[in-house]
Write a protein that binds this ligand. Structure first.
Ligand code: C2E
Ligand code: CA
Ligand code: CA
Length: 578
């Protein structure tokens, strides 16, 4: 019985011993797993005792410090690293946590390639006394790098490396603030490359991009230190000229910028000549906010474009009013056809020999309900720009042909109706079909319809224009060359174009004077027309002297205030019934 009991006790003890053994093993295993986890962490993990001496570090720590494990344990960070100032902030943080018993979370930068988020927490024993710290350094270098790339993208233009629009506004606002405080002036310059679209279209976008980069470089070199330059969009750049006492100071800078473009650009071994248009606005005179200043310098730039490009202009308030008016006209024009706001006036053309009306030129009139009577030159140009000239042109042709057919029927006349055709109309849609359809539908004879074209109809695509005109001529309509002598006329154009009549521009007629100095020119044009088998018409004849001279010189047809101003349909009918 005793032995039995002894045996049982022994087995219990053994079990106990075994049990404690397996308990230790479990603990060891768990510590091992824990260590592996910590060692495999990409973060730097460490613990220190109360005095800041290392008690444990993970592999990542060793990798960073490049010192053997056993040479670290029992040392302070400051003992380990010779470039002490590199790590001084880290060491200080460890000491601070031990002292204050508070956790610290901070960012610290060793260099551009090593930026850490450092978290250090105090470790307490079961009596709540600090016995040391544990720390984790988390590498945030990549995060910071991508943040700075994003920031760069937000502030800089990718293509040229100049600042972008957003940053430009930011800076401009700051400059405005400073100028306000110091009572200084500031100039905002708006630069646009002339005909950049044409370069892009003809030479390709790669060349266009290269050119923009070179332009950016040149512009950057031409500004003063402290001035801001940015690419606003596409081929538009803007510069802020700071702290100037008077506007004259900025004129020199602008003129220098223009000069910089006198030298051609070398893009992929070919030389490209470009010019720029510059608009400028002045703070505080032309605007108080960044938006207003940029907008007004843009308006001034636009004015330069209108008056021939390759120059600069400073904003003035009239420019803005003009632009507002233009925008108003644009919106009103869009609905003018539907709203039946246009009418046609007709100016008689007299056959010099028969002394009878042989033709009528249809001239459009727009009496806008809001803007009143508008000059056709003004709104025709705008409708060309916004692309509704074809629609208006169709309306004109339709109305004019209807009227011509009506009066020829009524009065038994053989009057030719002359209709002005914009160069844009010829390029838009199927011009041949549009014209022939209208004429066929109305049932007027094509030879009673004359299309007045100008020489610049051929500038863009001579062959295209000439083919359409030839087909129309074959169909039977007549072609007149308007404003002759003011455009690109060359004899070779004249020979190739299927023209029935030359309309000698008013400016030549104006020169006909009693002293006779310029008269030769008109005579020459008339005989040239005749030699080429065309008729000659003189426009804008206002006095009897001009009339007599032209008649003597062999002119065929005369049009002008002397014989009749443009008039309404009923006035023409009255005239014909006399
Ligand atoms: P244009 O085709 O050269 O038309 C002649 C212009 O000279 C007309 O001005 C006419 O009224 C004016 N005029 C005629 N005789 C005399 C004169 O003896 N003295 C003076 N001082 N002026 C004279 P308007 O009607 O203001 O037209 C101006 C321009 O607008 C036209 O010049 C033409 O280019 C354009 N236009 C007019 N109607 C149309 C149209 O229906 N379609 C297109 N595309 N353009 C049009
Ligand atoms: Ca005309
Ligand atoms: Ca004319």
């Amino acid at each position: 019985m005793f032995t039995k009991l002894r045996g049982k006790i022994k087995s219990v003890i053994n079990n106990l011993i075994d049990g404690s053994n397996s308990g230790n093993k479990l603990l060891e295993l768990s510590e091992e797993r824990y260590k592996t986890l910590i060692d495999n962490s990409k973060d730097i993990i460490y613990s220190c005792d109360k005095n800041g001496l290392f008690t444990a570090v993970n592999k990542q720590f060793l990798y960073l410090i490049k010192i053997h494990y056993y040479d670290i344990i029992g040392k302070k960070l400051s003992n380990l690293i010779c470039k002490k100032d590199y790590y001084i902030k880290w060491e200080e943080a460890i000491q601070k946590v031990i002292k204050t018993e508070q956790m610290i979370d901070m960012e610290f930068k060793v260099d551009e390639n090593a930026i850490y988020n450092v978290t250090i927490s105090p470790v307490f024993d079961n009596k709540n006394n600090v016995v040391g710290i544990t720390g984790t350094n988390y590498d945030i270098t990549e995060i910071r790098k991508s943040e700075s790339i994003i920031k760069h993208m937000a502030y800089y233009d990718n293509l040229t490396g100049l600042h972008n629009r957003a940053y430009f506004f930011d800076r401009l606002n700051k400059h405005i603030q400073i100028s306000k405080e110091k009572s200084k002036k500031l100039v905002v310059i708006f630069i646009d490359i002339d005909d950049f679209k044409r370069i892009n279209d003809s030479l390709g976008h790669t060349v266009g991009d290269e050119l923009l980069k070179l332009v950016a470089k040149r512009l950057q070199l031409s500004i003063r230190k402290g001035d801001t330059i940015a690419r606003i969009s596409g081929d538009e750049f803007s510069i802020v000229i700071n702290k100037i006492k008077n506007v004259n100071e900025s004129i020199h800078i602008i003129e220098d910028i223009l000069k910089v473009f006198e030298v051609p650009f070398n893009v992929q071994n070919s030389l490209i000549n470009i010019t720029i248009s510059i608009g400028a606005s002045v703070f505080p005179d032309d605007g108080k906010s960044a938006e207003e200043l940029l907008r007004n310098s843009d308006i001034a730039m636009y004015k330069v474009k209108e008056s021939g490009k390759n120059f600069y202009r400073y904003f003035d308030i009239n420019m803005k009013n003009e632009l507002l008016r233009k925008m108003k006209i644009e919106t009103m024009l869009v609905n003018a056809v539907e709203n039946e706001e246009f009418i046609l006036h007709y100016q008689p053309q007299y056959d010099v020999r028969s002394k009878k009306i042989c033709g009528l030129e249809a001239l459009i009139r727009w009496n806008s309900s809001e803007l009143g009577f508008l000059n056709p030159m003004e709104f025709i140009a705008i409708s060309e720009e916004i692309g509704i000239i074809s629609k208006i042109g169709e309306w004109v042709l339709n109305r004019a042909c209807n009227f011509a057919k009506k009066i020829n029927n009524e009065f038994g006349t053989n009057i030719v109706i002359a209709v002005n055709i914009s160069p844009i109309q010829l390029r838009q849609g199927d011009f041949y079909n549009i014209v022939t359809k209208i004429i066929d539908k109305i049932g007027i004879s094509p030879c009673n319809v004359e299309l007045e074209i100008t020489e610049n109809i051929c500038i863009d695509d001579f062959d295209y224009a000439i083919n359409i005109l030839k087909s129309l001529k074959k169909y039977g309509v007549r072609i007149a060359l308007d404003d002759f002598g003011t455009g690109y006329s060359s004899l070779s154009y004249l020979k190739k174009l299927p023209i029935d009549m030359l309309k000698i521009d008013k400016s030549f007629v104006d020169e006909i004077s009693i002293d006779g100095s310029q008269n030769d020119l008109t005579e020459t044009i008339i005989s040239l027309a005749h030699k080429l088998g065309m008729k000659a018409l003189a426009e804008g004849v206002e006095d009897q002297f001009q009339y007599d001279y032209l008649e003597k010189s062999g002119i065929d047809i005369i049009q002008g205030y002397l014989l009749g101003k443009p008039m309404t349909e009923s006035a023409i009918e009255k005239e014909l019934s006399l």
